[in-house]
Design a binder for this molecule. Structure first.
Ligand SMILES: Cc1cc2nc3c(=O)[nH]c(=O)nc-3n(C[C@H](O)[C@H](O)[C@H](O)COP(=O)(O)OP(=O)(O)OC[C@H]3O[C@@H](n4cnc5c(N)ncnc54)[C@H](O)[C@@H]3O)c2cc1C
Ligand code: SF4
Length: 337
């Protein structure tokens, strides 16, 4: 039996001070990931600091967009009228994730910090550089069907499993952080890390730092958008490949293109060169196919996951075509009435 202290915090400052003071202390939001990690004996926190008491309005208006409350639940965000109307790509992506029960518990901040679902990471009896730096990567020559094809190193080929974050990447979100040394804002592209030779670090948050909000710029892409999640089962399964597409089109020319991929890398994957290529072009299958080639440049399979390269290419093309008519998106969890 492991001793574990539990505190319920009512202010950010108090929560930050409690976690920052102890390397083995952690925040707990919905607990849908951290409790699993404890149950699997993957780490042993000395204390959990509950931050659910910090909940505010789900959404507040800012000068340039909206600020999403980090402590609000995934389901409340996905079904918020502003999100459904102005940022439907985000709503669709959240509703493609997990199950209704989990979305009712999981918080928006916690979603950014969930850990990989690599089988070997969860099996404490196998070598894993993410769990124990320097021990080796069992997935490299193991059963790597779910693993990454982009941005990998020999140190780690795990993928980051979030759906919500793929949409946040496409929408140019930024992350508002409070910490023991003050507040800061990180652009979404700079939040998560590639494995490099430090695969144990998933993101650039420091110990004791608390995500307090996620900001979205005004541009929500509610006319041409689509989220496609390809997986082994139609619900309650992580993505093999997912794609968030957001387009702006004027007189048959693309004026803005955003394409972010999930399930293929250690972080949501976006390639500016492909988006720039589409600018000024007609929204045709042929042009989307050329953009997909650019996105997948350098993709590398590890045996069991070789199929993901072709799958990702087809998923990008299909999702861009569906974005032209969002009502053609594959059915997922339904929006509120
Ligand atoms: C069976 C199952 C299936 C799932 N399927 C999917 C899926 O298909 N797609 C998908 O995207 N997700 C899926 N999930 C993951 C789920 O979405 C995440 O577990 C959830 O979003 C995490 O949020 P939480 O609030 O429960 O985090 P917690 O478990 O409470 O915390 C996770 C981590 O974040 C830290 N933390 C939490 N909040 C903050 C904060 N505000 N600031 C700083 N640190 C914080 C905690 O200390 C901890 O390290 C699934 C989960 C399960 C169990
Ligand atoms: S892919 Fe990463 S998480 Fe999986 S075993 Fe290798 S080092 Fe560990």
């Amino acid at each position: 039996m492991n001793d574990l202290a539990y505190f319920k915090s009512n202010s950010s400052a108090e929560a930050i001070a409690q976690v920052a003071a102890d390397e083995q202390s952690r925040f707990i939001g919905g607990g849908t990931n951290i409790i699993d990690l404890i149950k699997y004996n993957l780490f042993f926190p000395s204390s959990l600091v509950d931050i659910n008491g910090l909940k505010k309005e789900i959404i507040t208006k800012t000068d340039d967009g909206i600020l999403i409350d980090a402590f609000a639940k995934n389901a409340d965000l996905a079904y918020h009228q502003t999100i459904e109307d102005q940022y439907p790509l985000l709503s669709k992506a959240i509703l493609a994730g997990a199950s209704p029960q989990i979305r009712n518990m999981a918080t928006n901040g916690g979603n950014l910090l969930q850990r990989t679902r690599c089988y070997y990471f969860y099996d404490a009896n196998t070598p894993c550089n993410k769990r124990e730096p320097g021990s080796g990567c069992s997935a490299l020559n193991g059963y790597n069907r779910n693993m990454a094809i982009l941005g990998t190193t020999e140190h780690c080929i795990a993928v980051f499993p979030s759906d919500m974050c793929v949409a946040l990447a496409a929408l140019n979100a930024s992350v508002h952080i409070a910490g023991p040394n003050g507040n800061r804002i990180l652009q979404f592209a700079d939040f998560h890390r590639l494995p490099g030779d430090t695969p144990h670090l998933d993101n650039n948050l420091q110990h004791g730092e608390l995500i307090i909000g996620i900001e979205l710029p005004n541009r929500g892409f509610n006319k041409y958008y689509s989220y496609l999640k390809l997986r082994d089962r139609n619900s309650y399964a992580f993505a093999l490949v997912s794609v968030a597409t957001a387009l702006e089109i004027e007189r048959d020319a693309i004026t803005e293109a955003r394409i972010a991929l999930g399930g293929v890398a250690h972080k949501p994957w976006r390639i500016g060169e492909a988006e720039a290529f589409l600018k000024g072009k007609s929204p045709t299958r042929a042009n989307f196919s050329l953009a997909a080639d650019i996105i997948l440049e350098g993709a590398k399979g590890y045996g069991f996951n070789d199929f993901k390269i072709g799958l990702a290419k087809k998923a990008i093309i299909r999702n861009c075509m569906m974005a032209l008519d969002p009502s053609s998106q594959l059915p997922g969890a339904q929006p509120s009435l």
